[in-house]
Design a protein around this ligand. Structure first.
Ligand SMILES: CC(=O)SCCNC(=O)CCNC(=O)[C@H](O)C(C)(C)COP(=O)(O)OP(=O)(O)OC[C@H]1O[C@@H](n2cnc3c(N)ncnc32)[C@H](O)[C@@H]1OP(=O)(O)O
Ligand SMILES: O=CC(=O)O
Ligand SMILES: [Mg+2]
Length: 533
């Protein structure tokens, strides 16, 4: 236990090689300072989330553009800080956890930006959290060369991607660091340690401290981040306005506050990203109890071209470009395969997704795998010509109403037995991987991560809740899904063999998909029980 100035800081996780280089007394004190300043507001905002969700669930409230911020939306004079060095051209961004090998591979992938992910793609084990920081520290200093046992050498090349770190969302805590007895916000651990150790080094190298902000639900949460940035910069003597943030618009509530989110962060904002998977999850979570009009079909049918998803992405481009912010596209989940035919189909699906985004005016987009960098780059090269972005494409033709954003029924489609089983099966496989410390996994040719797993379990819950009819007329009931769960478990168990965590995965699934109430996130309770025990 370290008693630093006024804070009682306890680090309880197991220690590992070089942890002491990251968890230095000064770095921990910096995290404590942030936590001390913002823990209360974080808790209030999480309470506000809960309250709003309850009101939306019962229909007591619905969503609309906020009357109290109308002036911010109609005032066309303000702009955000915009791109900083290394962020002018974001045509291809690769995402992935800051695992040591993937760090090097992502930086060398040819993508312009690497989103180093402590959120959807990382199971927040203590080791993943601290090792991720070590890997980033080394990568920034170009001190990360290593060889594997099979003789493969890893070394960062001459033109690495710009690093943009995605800290955990506000809902997660880090139980291995307690300040005055309280666990610290995971977001402040990931942000604070990275900023403390690397901000100056990044600036000296012509880059900067850049962040993706996940799972925001309102502009007040953006204000909180802005205040975190201001304090962090002041504390380390780094000029105000140095940080750049790209905010994920990945909740239905944030879609109604895009202008306001950019406004709150305008000194630090670089752009918005269309986080489609969490967005779908958020729609189900907030409107899952509101009857048939809000029931989504099989996950594979909720594509980006269904009207309510298209409305959200078009509004995002329009909002960004009016304010001088980059609009970054989302993740097509298809990943490369060793089977040439399957691979060609996957690449073609990704190409179509990126063509739609580029045509809509996005400035760049995400890929999940180095093998997909070329297709994304090709599509954006074609549209961008000699320009680094499409900020000049204002999309004034886009008119999106609240009804358009809420027209969930516009997805159409159907729910099939195969769709229910796929959700159960994929959720079990993903949860097993997550419990074993892997936050993103290739499952049946798709990238699965915390956001897609949330969709899988929430859809099942929503179909049970609504007694949704399958195509053969059978209603989805708890009993039906319980028997499917046993069958899918047997088949997954046969595939995974020994050492799996399927019993725990099954328990998490039952708790988060089959209960009366829909828990906000599977990650919160599962983290406390299994990763932080
Ligand atoms: C909803 C959202 O938030 S999307 C963003 C969050 N999700 C993600 O970031 C997912 C990122 N992608 C991944 O984690 C991985 O691509 C997976 C898990 C989907 C597939 O990984 P694998 O099964 O290892 O793929 P595969 O075997 O084809 O990998 C081939 C090589 O590419 C590397 N690679 C694969 N994906 C990535 C990546 N995203 N970043 C860096 N390197 C990668 C592998 O490390 C491997 O390297 P090697 O040849 O040196 O051994
Ligand atoms: O973070 C991205 C998403 O789609 O969720
Ligand atoms: Mg997400």
């Amino acid at each position: 236990m370290t008693d630093l100035l006024n804070y009682r800081i306890e680090v309880s996780g197991e220690t590992g090689d070089r942890y002491d280089e990251i968890l230095t007394p000064a770095a921990l004190r910096f995290v404590a300072l942030l936590d001390n300043a913002f823990a209360g507001r974080r808790r209030e905002l999480l309470d506000a989330r809960r309250l709003r969700r309850e009101k939306l669930a019962t229909g007591e409230e619905t969503l609309g553009f906020l009357p109290e911020t109308a002036r911010i939306r109609s005032d066309e004079s303000w702009q955000v800080a915009g791109a900083a060095p290394g962020l002018e051209d974001r045509r291809v961004e690769i995402t992935g956890p800051p695992d040591r090998k993937m760090t090097v591979n992502a930086l060398n992938s040819g993508a312009k930006v690497w989103l180093a992910d402590f959120e959807d793609a990382t199971a927040p084990t203590w080791d993943n959290v601290v090792s991720g920081q070590i890997n980033l520290y080394d990568a920034i200093r170009r001190d990360i060369d290593f060889s594997t046992r099979d003789g493969k050498h890893y070394r960062i090349g001459d033109d690495p991607a710009t690093i943009v770190v995605r800290p955990r969302g506000w809902h997660l805590v880090e139980k291995h660091i307690r300040i005055d007895g309280r666990p610290v916000a995971g977001a402040l651990v990931d942000f604070g340690l990275y900023f403390f150790h690397n901000a100056r080094q990044l600036l000296a190298r012509g880059s900067g401290p850049y962040f993706y902000l996940p799972k925001l639900e309102s502009h007040l949460e953006a204000r909180l981040w802005n205040d975190v940035f201001t304090l962090a910069q002041r504390e380390l003597g780094i000029p105000r306005g140095t940080i750049r943030a790209t905010v994920l618009i990945e909740t239905i509530t944030a879609a109604f506050e895009m202008d306001e989110i950019l406004y709150e962060l305008r000194e630090h904002a670089a752009g918005l990203n269309a986080g489609r998977w969490d967005y779908i999850f958020s729609v189900i979570k907030n409107f899952g109890e509101r009857g048939a009009d809000f029931v989504l079909p099989d996950r594979a049918q909720v594509t980006m071209t269904v009207p309510f998803m298209r409305a959200y992405t078009e509004l995002l481009v329009r909002t960004c470009h009016l304010r001088g912010a980059h609009a970054i596209g989302g993740m097509a989940a298809f990943i490369p395969s060793r089977d040439p035919e399957v691979n060609a189909a996957a690449v073609e699906k990704v190409r179509q997704d990126k063509e739609r985004e580029a045509g809509d005016g996005f400035d760049g987009s995400w890929v999940a795998h180095p093998g997909l960098v070329p297709v994304c780059r090709e599509v954006f090269d074609e549209v961008l010509g000699g320009w680094p972005n499409q900020l000049g494409k204002l999309r004034e033709d886009v008119v999106v109403t609240a009804d358009d954003l809420l027209d969930v029924a516009s997805a159409g489609g159907e729910v099939t037995e195969q769709g229910v089983r796929a959700n159960v099966n994929v959720a079990l496989r993903y949860l097993d991987a997550w419990l074993r410390g892997t936050g993103a996994a290739a499952i049946f040719g798709l990238m699965e991560d915390a956001a897609t797993a949330e969709i899988a379990r929430c859809q099942v819950w929503q179909w049970i809740r609504n007694g949704t009819k399958l195509t053969d007329g059978t209603a989805v009931t708890r009993e039906l899904v319980t028997s499917m769960l046993e069958e899918e478990l047997d088949s997954v168990r046969a595939d995974l063999g020994a050492g799996n965590r399927l019993d725990d995965a099954k328990a998490i699934f039952a708790e988060t998909a089959l209960g009366e109430k829909l828990p906000n996130f599977f990650t919160t309770a599962a983290y406390a029980r299994h990763l932080a025990g």
